[in-house]
Design a protein around this ligand. Structure first.
Ligand code: GYE
Length: 307
């Protein structure tokens, strides 16, 4: 549309490389590291120049990076926003500079007219899938099934939606109840800490841990083992991402289920950028395909797992 009309297409047609400024969340998880590799490799494959910034899960640092990209006059800015709120001002600055903004992995609250397309997973469905798997595999034979939830970072799209989707199915099944929930910021340490704190202040009474990502689940496993509990046996653990580490934990019998969320967003992202610059119509949302894995297929799948 009008917004993209100002793109400097002529000099790109003359063979100049497209410059992309990418503002990444940080390095909080294995998923994120794989996501960064995918983006950097795809930029090379598509012969694009990539200015890459990693922000330690700090919105302030992300905003500074976006302002730098505007100053550098990049062709396109891509943001994977750590939280959903608080982007209006800096995105208006990008718009005034006629630089289109693409959302990658996570989304924002700002009006649609400030961004072009969004590439990422269906986090709501991931949450639903986690609870559906639990409903199938952990039956409420002796009364209520008690769940501890490890949330990601507060205000982030995958946190909000993995929670919402899970609760949707949970509410249809009143024998399953959340007895505790806290933020572990998507990190190993965060997951470990929440579980440690719970163990230290409660008599252990949890049947299930639902973790918004693998790293926190692995941290939780560590904390449980340190207190003589048996993750994967006494406590059923379900997490989201399905990284290699999660498959290994399933093979070891410590993790029960991993709901897939692919970090391999680089190729579809670069393709979308190339199409946008060529003036093609952009879909508003590009969703990646995902599966659910458990201990029954872990041995086979780990062999070909890319991340
Ligand atoms: O699940 C988690 C990472 O935004 C989908 O962020 C991403 C999430 C991913 O830290 O591991």
């Amino acid at each position: 549309g009008e917004y993209l009309a100002a793109l400097d297409r002529e000099s790109i047609d003359d063979g100049r490389r497209i410059t992309v400024g990418y503002s990444q969340v940080g390095q909080e998880s294995q998923w994120r590291l794989a996501n960064t590799r995918s983006i950097q490799e795809a930029a090379r494959e598509f012969n694009m120049e990539l200015l890459f910034d990693s922000a330690d899960q700090s919105q302030k640092k992300q905003i500074e990076a976006i302002r730098r990209f505007i100053k550098e006059k990049v062709d396109v800015i891509v943001v994977s926003p750590v939280v959903e709120a608080g982007w209006d001002e800096v995105l208006k600055e990008a718009k005034e500079a006629n630089i289109p903004v693409v959302m990658s992995d996570r989304r924002i609250e700002a009006g649609d007219d400030l961004t072009t397309t969004y590439i990422g997973a269906d986090f709501l469905e991931e949450g639903r899938r986690a609870m559906r798997w639990l409903r199938e595999h952990v039956k409420p034979e002796q009364g209520v099934v008690r769940i501890l939830e490890l949330q990601g970072s507060e205000g982030a799209t995958p946190t909000e939606e993995r929670k919402k989707g899970f609760y949707e199915i949970l509410e249809e099944n009143p024998q399953y109840q959340i007895v505790y929930t806290d933020y572990g910021d998507f990190t190993y340490e965060g997951g470990k800490q929440v579980v440690e704190e719970y163990i230290n202040s409660h008599t252990w009474d949890v049947d299930i841990i639902y973790s918004h990502n693998d790293d926190m689940a692995l941290g939780a496993i560590k904390a449980l083992e340190a207190h003589g509990l048996k993750p994967g046996k006494d406590i059923t653990i379900v997490s989201v991402d399905a990284t290699k580490e999660a498959f290994q934990a399933m093979i070891d019998g410590k993790l029960n289920c991993a709901v897939e969320c692919s970090p391999l967003l680089g190729p579809p992202l670069m393709k979308a950028i190339r199409d946008m610059i060529a003036g093609k119509e952009m879909p508003l949302r590009i969703i990646t395909e995902e599966k659910v894995y458990d201990q029954s297929d872990a041995e086979t799948v780990i062999k070909t797992r890319e991340y």
